[in-house]
Each structure stands twice: as C-alpha cells, then as structure tokens.
Write a protein that binds this ligand. Structure first.
Ligand SMILES: *[C@@H]1O[C@H](CO)[C@@H](O)[C@H](O)[C@H]1NC(C)=O
Ligand SMILES: *[C@@H]1O[C@H](CO)[C@@H](O)[C@H](O)[C@H]1NC(C)=O
Ligand SMILES: *[C@@H]1O[C@H](CO)[C@@H](O)[C@H](O)[C@H]1NC(C)=O
Length: 280
C-alpha cells in the first residue's frame, strides 16, 4: 500500500496566500514534530523570468478552500497537471503563466486565466487512484488561447511510443512549493537540478511491490533538492533531451528534506492519453 508512506504534494491555504498545509494527514504532522527536520532549502535557487516559460501556477478553489499546485503549458490550449490538484468538485481554477512572482499580477510577460466554470475544462485520467496515487495526471483546457512569447512557451513533450527509464540521468524541476518541511508555499519560483532514480529502487524504498511504469522517481539524497507541498502537478524536464518527462506527484510522509525519493507521473506512460485528448 503506497498510501501508508506517501502523500500527494498539494498545498492548501488561503487565496494565493500562505496558511497551513492542512491537507497533510495529522499523523504526518505528529511524525514531523517527533523528528528534528533540518530547515534546509528543498528547492535550490530563484528562477529568473523566461527560464521556465512552460511553468504554470495553479490555484484551485474547492468547497471554499484554496489549493496551490503547479502545471506545465503543453500547447496554447492545454495545461498538464496532477490529477490530485484538480479532481473532485472544483469551483474555479486560477492559472498563472509566464511568472516568477506568483503574487505580482502585473509582472512583465505574465498572464492569468481564472476558469470559473470548470465544466468540461478538466480531464482527469480515468485510472487516477487517489489512495495509491497512481495515474496522477490531468489536463486543463483553457478558455482562451495562450499568446506565446519569451515568457510563455509550451514544454516539449516526448515523442509517442518512446519509452526511456531515464534512470541516473539529470533533470530540472521547478515550482512555488515549500522550501522546507515546516512552512508555506513561496512567492518566488524555485528550481533545482536532480538525478533520476531507478524505479525499482524507489518502489523498494516505499515497499511497493506491484507497480507499472507510471512513475519516475528522483534521488533527492545526492542533490539535496526535492519537490515539496505546492509543487504538485509541476514540471520535471530532462536536461538531456529538454523534454517534459514528469508531473510532480508524491513524496514521503516523513517530509521533503529527509532524502526520501519523490514521485512523478511519467509523461511517456501517459503520452497516448495526452494525444487522445489534445491531439498533441
Ligand atoms: C476566480 O473567480 C471565482 C469566481 O468569480 C472567484 O470565486 C475566485 O476567488 C477567483 N479565484 C481567484 C484565485 O481569484
Ligand atoms: C458551464 O459550462 C457548461 C459546459 O460548457 C455549460 O453547459 C453551463 O451552462 C455553464 N454554466 C454556467 C453557469 O455558465
Ligand atoms: C548534500 O548534503 C550533504 C549533507 O549536508 C552534503 O554532505 C552534500 O555535499 C550535499 N550534496 C550536494 C550536491 O550539495
């Protein structure tokens, strides 16, 4: 059972603000307090404008609460994100494009779309399983076509029918997620370089015996860089091929700074599903 040791990397808080990670199970918080977690940087460095033009900030409103996630522009009409960010009764989704400062409405090159009628705009993978956190991918269809610029560009998707494990190869992740285990999502976009872990090793770590190729995991121990709450749905891009290979999905209940592998939905595994819905 994955659900015993992993949890999804979304973040609940005020509208674009910073309150508490209430979606984290209570027992997780208790365990955190038992341990003395190092308040070290989980993400790494401040991103600069145009560096991650495919990065999207995703703020969803669900039953009156606000959640923070990431996403990737994959075309002028579609954003790829995690299913756990947009599944269920969503009231509205605010998408922030071309930004490094998620709170600056007037940042040069940035734009926003608030989708207030999500009916027909969100496509969650039919096999998404919130307990096991599998098939954790979703598409958001935009109301208005994006205008591409130096600040806003689609991520390059891997070709269809091409499977690669990517094990031990380098990648870059980005997001506004927490930079330490205790705290909140941050205002300035962060990024870090990471190395991809052998999938078997990752699943052995979490004691998951049955699994498919739907995930990519990262070795966060060697790089000291890890995704954390609020990074969910955001991009993992191969620095070898420049392609979007992962969608941020889960981490260890013991926190992001402890060196546990982090999990991503493997884009190649869901490539045909993306194509079916978007034609890409
Ligand atoms: C988006 O619009 C809806 C409906 O007007 C509103 O309730 C919600 O607060 C807006 N979202 C954000 C993040 O501004
Ligand atoms: C929301 O969108 C759906 C599908 O496009 C449409 O049928 C419905 O009337 C819309 N609802 C509102 C309140 O505009
Ligand atoms: C990661 O952190 C450990 C312990 O603080 C340190 O020894 C190691 O050099 C760091 N690795 C990198 C790549 O920064």
């Amino acid at each position: 059972m994955k659900s015993l040791t992993i949890f999804a990397f979304l973040f609940i808080g005020a509208a674009l603000g910073d309150i508490v990670p209430a979606s984290v199970p209570k027992e997780f918080l208790e365990k955190l307090h038992e341990r003395t977690m190092q308040p070290r940087v989980v993400g790494g460095n401040d991103a600069v404008p145009k560096q991650f033009p495919y990065q999207v900030g995703v703020s969803t409103k669900k039953l009156g609460s606000f959640y923070w996630c990431g996403g990737s522009v994959i075309s002028e009409l579609y954003v790829l994100t995690a299913a756990h960010c947009v599944a269920g009764e969503i009231d509205s989704v605010l998408l922030i494009f071309g930004a490094t400062d998620r709170l600056d409405v007037y940042q040069t090159g940035s734009s926003r779309q608030n989708i207030t009628n999500v009916s027909g705009q969100i496509i969650v993978h039919p096999l998404y399983n919130p307990n096991e956190i599998t098939s954790d991918v979703a598409l958001i269809r935009l109301n208005q076509k994006l205008e591409f610029s130096d600040y806003i560009q689609p991520a390059r998707l891997p070709e269809r029918n091409r499977f690669q494990t990517f094990a031990n190869s380098p990648a870059v992740l980005s997001g506004w997620g927490k930079v330490k285990d205790i705290g909140s999502v941050v205002q300035h976009l962060q990024y870090g370089y990471v190395s991809i872990l052998d999938l078997n090793e990752c699943m052995a770590y979490y004691n998951i015996k049955e699994y498919d190729n739907g995930n990519i995991c990262l070795n966060t121990k060697d790089s000291n860089v890890s995704s954390c709450n609020g990074d969910s749905g955001g991009p993992l891009v191969s620095t070898m091929t420049g392609e979007l290979i992962g969608v941020t999905s889960f981490g260890s209940i013991f926190g992001c700074a402890g060196g546990a592998p982090t999990g991503y939905s493997r884009v190649t595994h869901f490539r045909d599903w993306i194509n079916y819905h978007t034609g890409l």
